[in-house]
Ligand binder design. Sequence first.
Ligand SMILES: [Zn+2]
Length: 317
Amino acid sequence: MLRYSALLKDTKPYLTLQSDLAVGKLNHCYMIMGEDELAVDGLIDLSCEAILCKERGCGKCVVCQKIEDKNHEDIFEPKNLKADGIREFVEKVYVKSVGDIKIMIIRALDKVDPKVQNFLLKSLEEPIDGVVFLLGVIRQSAVLDTIKSRSKKLTLAPFTKKQLTDFFDDNYIGKPKSLVEEAVDCCLGSLARCESLLGDEEYFGDMSEVIFILKELTSTKVNLKMQKRLDLKDGKLARYLDIMQLICGVLLKRKSGVFVEGFERVNVLLDCFNIATLVNFNELIIEAKQKIESYCKDENILDNLFIKMMEVKYLCR
Ligand SMILES: [Zn+2]
């Protein structure tokens, strides 16, 4: 049985596919779209089970087992996402299948160069009987409109806190309950983020530090002592910046009236910054991340970021 299958089977993409199967109207191409890569990936496997298993995805039979072991003879994936990989993949459309249906999978179509995405067009324009494409998409903007328009689009919404809480109540994963609760609270409905939070027990301590420091940015006088609280060893700067960006993103949504479930811990900062300040903070954090890639010294990047943040806070007051 696939991990998270109970959760994934309760999503709109999966239920839509099941109802297409029930009325015998399987589309020739499904595009599963969502920001949660782990969920999109799992949904692709579950969709294969639904299509190929006699019981529409029991998770136990030989067919389902082969799918989960990634060695089903009628499922094809490109060996890489470059031109040669996709070209070879498209040729497999014409190989005769063992059973009645052949499934062609690209798990991250948005990572394929748009020029190379074009190779798929012909197979999508002239569907072949018994061939179904399953395309996973994280960033919709990176996919050609011509491909989108030829696919049945299945959009995955973030999971609710209740769905995740219920799932982890029913499925013990060997992690302390308090950690599971924190991860569920801060994952914004994404399984991918939830999983990485569960595997990283220091994350929440680091997040508390970042919240504390942002809170202290209240005065306009440069208080660089604060940032010395952050321990910059082992490339931790990138992680602090990620956390900061996440926090600013949540605050910005809340201040703009967009509902965000969970993440109550950042509310201590709600009155500290206005919308203009948060928008600018986001830009500054992106800039700082780019500086890491160009090998600037971590201490200097952080000094610079804090000085600019305080400037912005003053200017946008
Ligand atoms: Zn089965």
